[in-house]
Design a protein around this ligand. Structure first.
Ligand SMILES: *Cc1c(COP(=O)(O)O)cnc(C)c1O
Length: 398
């Protein structure tokens, strides 16, 4: 065991498994470990490092903002926060923004909004229909909204008011709707659940049902938003508009920041209803404004779309070459490679030894989420490493 692993084991709460790698530095799509070995980073902090590592423009904005004003309370106005809010409102279908510090907190705010809206507008209704295999965060309210029982069962009674239905099943949503229902909360594409892509008309049908019944549609775009799927928001590709949307992960390129957005009619917070000390502080929102501008004006969104298509073609060709690869799915630069056997962890370990970082999101799915600035050469290099890994697997596994 390396020194850092022993030190970690002695003092750090053991909440998850780590790879046996200590990363010390990054540049673009590449990171380096403490032994000087470099890796192509197709994890990108779980879809967080939108502009890659040590992006010069982002570094300058963060450094300049740190020199100027890192944090003041929200009892005062600050310019970067309002600039990012204006950018998000201008380029989305939503009207108002509140900033938080993570995806879970964005969803906490969305849940509070939806419940208050239902209590006021639907005769006390506060239930939210969510999906099995969904993921909305690790706080008590968001694990209560997360359809994976093992995430919530050790912690006693969950928050009441969540009903689970299978993902990609609009009929199940219809059947679960009662007079107690206030909202439907889904991901446009399930990220942590395994890069699960619904039928192309799923969100449109969910939207139509919400309209018919007078329910709010809450889209959790914490993973899919901010260019990850090739458009600024994934809902654009589905041809629907949410009433409430949450963002986090990639929004500030690695600085912790989340956001909840709402249409005017769902924007029911009043003074005193919500708040957070760090909420949208100048450092985080200056970084966020820079990232969003790079996506829109710096060609990053276009790159994400083109590199996403390249990755899709490359993964499809692995499917043609290796019987152990049964398919690929996803959108933009959020993709999963489907395996016949449950050995994604083994493939990910072998790829790491060859200098490529990937994520085994499910035992039979490997997830790809490189920076949105990834180059064509880097996609080719990653595909080549992966082909080498698959080719070296024992007969019957590749
Ligand atoms: C990661 C994620 C979250 C939780 O975000 P945190 O910042 O880890 O709290 C919520 N929803 C989705 C869809 C996510 O991918």
């Amino acid at each position: 065991m390396s020194d850092i692993q022993a030190r970690e084991a002695a003092v750090f709460m053991q909440t998850g498994r780590r790879m046996p790698v200590t990363l010390v530095r990054g540049e673009g799509t590449r990171v380096w470990d403490d032994a000087g070995q470099s890796y192509l980073d197709f994890v990108a902090g779980i879809a967080v490092n939108s502009l890659g590592h040590a992006h010069a423009g982002l570094v300058d904005v963060i450094a300049e903002q740190a020199r100027t004003l890192i944090h003041v309370s929200n009892i005062f106005y600050t310019e970067p926060q309002i600039e990012l809010a204006e950018l998000l409102v201008r380029h989305s279908a939503l009207d108002r923004v509140y900033f938080v510090n993570s995806g879970a907190e964005a969803n906490e705010a969305a849940i509070k909004l939806a419940r208050k809206w239902g209590i006021q507008n639907r005769n006390g209704a506060y239930e939210i229909i969510a999906t099995t295999n969904g993921f909305h965060g690790r706080t008590m309210a968001t694990v209560s909204a997360t359809g994976t029982p093992r995430y919530r069962e050790p912690f006693g009674p969950p928050l009441p008011g969540f009903v689970f239905v299978p993902y990609d099943d609009v009929q199940a949503i219809r059947e679960a709707t009662t007079e107690r229902t206030a909202a439907v909360m889904v991901e446009p594409l399930q990220g942590e659940g395994g890069v699960n892509v619904p039928a192309s008309d799923y969100l449109r049908q969910v939207r139509a049902w919400c309209d018919e019944q007078g329910l709010l549609l809450v889209l959790d775009e914490v993973q899919t938003g901010i260019g990850r799927t090739g458009t600024l928001f994934a809902y654009e590709q589905a041809g629907v508009e949410p009433d409430i949307m949450t963002l986090a992960k990639g929004i500030a390129g690695g600085v912790p920041l989340g956001a909840v957005l709402a249409k005017e009619r769902a924007s029911v917070f009043e003074p005193g209803d919500h708040g957070s000390t760090f909420s949208g502080n100048p450092l985080a929102t200056a970084a966020g404004a820079y990232v969003v501008k790079q996506l829109l004006d710096g060609g990053v969104l276009e790159n994400a779309r083109e590199r996403g298509e390249q990755l899709e073609r490359g993964l499809a060709s692995l499917e043609d070459r290796f019987p152990g690869v049964t398919g690929q799915r996803g959108a933009g630069l959020l993709r999963g490679l489907e395996l016949a056997a449950e050995h994604s962890a083994d493939i990910v370990n072998r790829a790491r030894e060859r200098g490529l970082l990937l994520n085994p999101v499910r035992p039979d799915v490997v997830r790809f989420m490189p920076p949105l600035t990834v180059t064509a050469e880097e996609i080719d290099e990653a595909l080549e490493i992966l082909a080498g890994v698959l080719a070296e697997l024992p007969d019957g596994e590749r």
